[in-house]
Design a protein around this ligand. Structure first.
Ligand code: GUN
Length: 170
C-alpha cells in the first residue's frame, strides 16, 4: 500500500496508535501488507516486522512512550484510550493506598535500572499477577528486559488489534 495514497493515510490514521504514540510503525508496515482486506493477523504481522526492523534506539523510544502502570499520568487522566482501558481491566485504577505505594516504588526502581517503564500486556491479569511479574523482572539483565518489554509491546499490539477486528480469530 502506498504511503501517500488515501488508503495509506487511512491505514495510518486507523492503526497509528497500536504501538503507543508511535505512528511510524503503521507507516513502515504499509510495505509489508498483503493485498486484500486487512485482518488483525495480517496487520499485526506487518507491524511486528516493521517494529523488529527498526533500530534499537527507535524501539527504545517506543518503550519510553508508554506511561507507567498506575502512574502520575493515569491519575491525571492523561492516558490514551487503550492504555486507560488496559490499566482499568486489571483494576489498576482501583488500588488501595498500599498497593499504589508498591507500584510507585517498583516503577521507580525499574525505570532507574532499565531506562524505560515496566510494560506488560495486562489484559486478563490481576494486580497480584502484575506485581509478581514486576518483582521477577526486576532481577533480569538489561538485555533480557529489553527483549521481554519489546515482546510485551507486540502482545499489547495484538490485543489492541483483536479488539478492532471483532469476529476475526486468525
Ligand atoms: N501494558 C498495557 N498497557 C500498558 C501501558 O499503558 N503502560 C505500561 N507500562 N504497560 C502497559
Amino acid at each position: 500500500m502506498e504511503r501517500d495514497s488515501a488508503e495509506g493515510r487511512a491505514f495510518v490514521g486507523q492503526f497509528g496508535g497500536i504501538f503507543e504514540h508511535s505512528p511510524w510503525v503503521a507507516e513502515e508496515a504499509l510495505d509489508g501488507l498483503p493485498d486484500g482486506p486487512p485482518t488483525a493477523a495480517t496487520v499485526h504481522a506487518a507491524m511486528v516486522q516493521a517494529f523488529r526492523a527498526a533500530s534499537t534506539e527507535k524501539r527504545l523510544q517506543v518503550l519510553r512512550a508508554h506511561p507507567d502502570l498506575a502512574g502520575r499520568l493515569a491519575i491525571a487522566g492523561g492516558l490514551t484510550a487503550d492504555s486507560k482501558a488496559e490499566q482499568a481491566s486489571a483494576g489498576l485504577d482501583r488500588l488501595t493506598p498500599e498497593e499504589h505505594e508498591r507500584f510507585t516504588t517498583c516503577n521507580a526502581i525499574y525505570t532507574d535500572k532499565f531506562g524505560f517503564p515496566f510494560i506488560i500486556a495486562v489484559r486478563g491479569k490481576t494486580k497480584d499477577d502484575i506485581l509478581a511479574a514486576f518483582q521477577a523482572r526486576l532481577d533480569n539483565t538489561p538485555d533480557e528486559e529489553f527483549a521481554t518489554a519489546t515482546a510485551e509491546v507486540e502482545t499489547i499490539a495484538r490485543l489492541r488489534l483483536d479488539a478492532l477486528f471483532p469476529g476475526y480469530a486468525a
